[in-house]
Design a protein around this ligand. Structure first.
Ligand SMILES: [Mg+2]
Length: 261
């Protein structure tokens, strides 16, 4: 006879998400499909000189060189081992463990990402990485990217980290504006609402409303990779208060799950 299921199971909120990311065919198919769409859209954007993918872009864009803006974490870099470690240790996010992971510069690539970057660069498009990794983390981040054979220009910083300039906060709008001042932005690619829109650190409901204001851009100008592990969607469940004790965070999460009994 099988042992009875304990009342409280020993598990972790990222167990299934991490395994989906690390083992599923579905994740690979989804990610590769998104990058195939990105490639097709890039061709369209290159041919249409009035095209832009950034709400921050203003003025005449026709004569500007073309750029693509990509997020890094869970868009280009697969950090699921850092999530996996949390699951194994039954721990919430710990900044020191994240730093330890970044220092290894050993993230794998998200399926499809590297081929897309190389394709864009071959077409003469400048690829900017707008990441909420910090300036201190930039050297290891570059090292990780270069392992994939991506060329990062010496005469132009294309890895735009959080806090690198005074107004470069975790909200990426100012960095998109910075790029848009000199380039026509063909595509935004990311895994978080904040990779596309300013003000993504809001309530779940407002985030949905914000996303729905641009129905035709998703899946075309805006390519969203799936990240079930973390993101501003998760912070939204507890008011983006990262100082909140873990037991309170968990309680708030359980409170927001819809059941039927
Ligand atoms: Mg990301």
């Amino acid at each position: 006879m099988a042992a009875p299921t304990p009342v409280v199971r020993d598990s972790h909120e990222n167990l299934n998400g991490t395994l989906w990311y690390q083992t599923s065919a579905e994740f690979r198919v989804d990610s590769a499909s998104k990058y195939r769409i990105a490639r097709q859209t890039l061709d369209t954007a290159l041919a249409n000189k009035g095209w832009t993918a950034a709400l921050e872009q203003t003025g005449n864009v026709k004569s500007l060189p073309v750029a693509v803006i990509m997020d890094l974490d869970e868009t280009v870099l697969d950090n699921s081992p850092a999530q996996g470690q949390q699951v194994i240790d039954r721990k919430p996010y710990v900044p020191a463990t994240w730093s330890e992971w970044i220092a290894l510069a050993d993230a794998a690539a998200v399926p499809g990402a590297i081929d897309f970057i190389k394709y864009a660069q071959l077409k003469g498009v400048t690829v900017f990485f707008v990441t909420n990794r910090t300036k201190d983390e930039e050297p290891k981040t570059r090292e990780n990217l270069q392992k994939f054979g991506i060329s990062l220009p010496n005469d132009l910083d294309t890895v735009l980290t959080k806090g690198e300039q005074p107004d470069w906060s975790s909200d990426k709008g100012t960095r998109r504006k910075f790029v848009a001042n000199k380039y026509r932005i063909a595509l935004l690619i990311g895994d978080d609402l904040g990779d596309f829109l300013s003000g993504a650190k809001d309530t779940p409901q407002k985030r949905v409303t914000m996303a729905e204001q641009h129905p035709n851009w998703w899946g075309e100008r805006w390519i969203l990779l799936i990240n079930p592990l973390y993101g501003s969607w998760e912070g939204a469940l507890y008011g983006h208060d990262f100082s909140m004790p873990d037991d309170q965070v968990l309680k708030l999460k359980f409170d927001q799950v819809k059941g039927f009994k």
